[in-house]
Design a protein around this ligand. Sequence first.
Ligand code: NDP
Length: 333
Amino acid sequence: SREIRLASRPSGWPTAENFELAQVGPPAPAEGQVLIRNLYMSVDPYMRGRMNDTKSYTPPFELGRPLEGGAVGEVVESRAPGLAAGDFVLHGYGWREYAVAGAGQVRKVEEIPGVPLSAYLGVLGMPGLTAYVGLLDIAAFKAGDAVFVSGAAGAVGSLVGQIARLKGASRVVGSAGSQEKISYLTGKLGFDAAFNYKTAPVRRQLAQVAPDGIDVYFDNVGGDHLEAALEAFKDYGRVAMCGAISVYNAAEPVPGPSNLFLAVGKRLTLRGFIVGDHFDRMPDMVAEVGAWLRDGEITFEETVVDGLENAPRAFIDMLRGANTGKMVVRLVH
Ligand code: NDP
């Protein structure tokens, strides 16, 4: 069995040299554990933070040890009650071909006809819940709101825009980093308008696509996007502060929005959140988003990279925007 380890901590952008592919003996499950053959693993932006040796809401990855993260696999041997060979499970031991986990560390998932199991790493999993909770609970979205989402063609952002549309937003606008992604947003995903943040200042482009202002900003990016949203807000606007991917690879501290003071006069709410605190909302999300999926009202995209050895590249490419929708690594095909 093979696994990917953290060989060194990146400074700035991660490179292939920060990762190491290692061969390990076949793991054996102890009493109460299962042996899992991983089928798909996730690469997510938050993993970049765990590669730093700094205190955060999750502990840093350890040097010389396998990385961790969401994965879906098939139980091949079970020594745990309630789990049997052939069961599909979602768990946190990605970045390896075979994993051993306790029964309490895995969640059984069902195959849905027409939906790949990798959806449990995206639309029906952590990113889906992030979009759902961030928009509905944190930003307190209500029908009639005008919504702006950055990182709009990614795993989280693509769902935020669709949920806002289905729940009666007056206008949904988004930003992303290529013309193909903009066409995807205004076409398949049904955004009212979208812009490429790489081609002109965000502040100017946001004013053009949302001339009457915005009520909600779902922030995946930080930096100039947050600054532009502050400018575009109507009174009592709300920000769900979800991520700030524009600064994750900065080697030096980045200045904050120069216009933060607008939050005072406009009576804005800026609220951060971590999806891990909101797993109680998973059944609601799976029920509602699952129904939209079945009815064809929501669509999702995946960018699939094959082979464990390509997982570091998939991770780095995701940080650079190579993905549309969720970036996943397929370990078995
Ligand atoms: P995505 O699928 O959106 O992938 C990351 C995307 O970020 C890339 O595709 C790229 O798209 C975009 N990007 C990269 N650099 C920049 C930049 N400098 N400026 C603007 N966009 C950039 O990832 P996720 O959907 O998984 O995550 C989206 C955000 O949500 C991240 O910030 C993540 O950390 C956060 N998050 C937060 C959680 C929480 O609990 N708070 C939970 C899950 C995710 P493009 O081509 O458009 O540049």
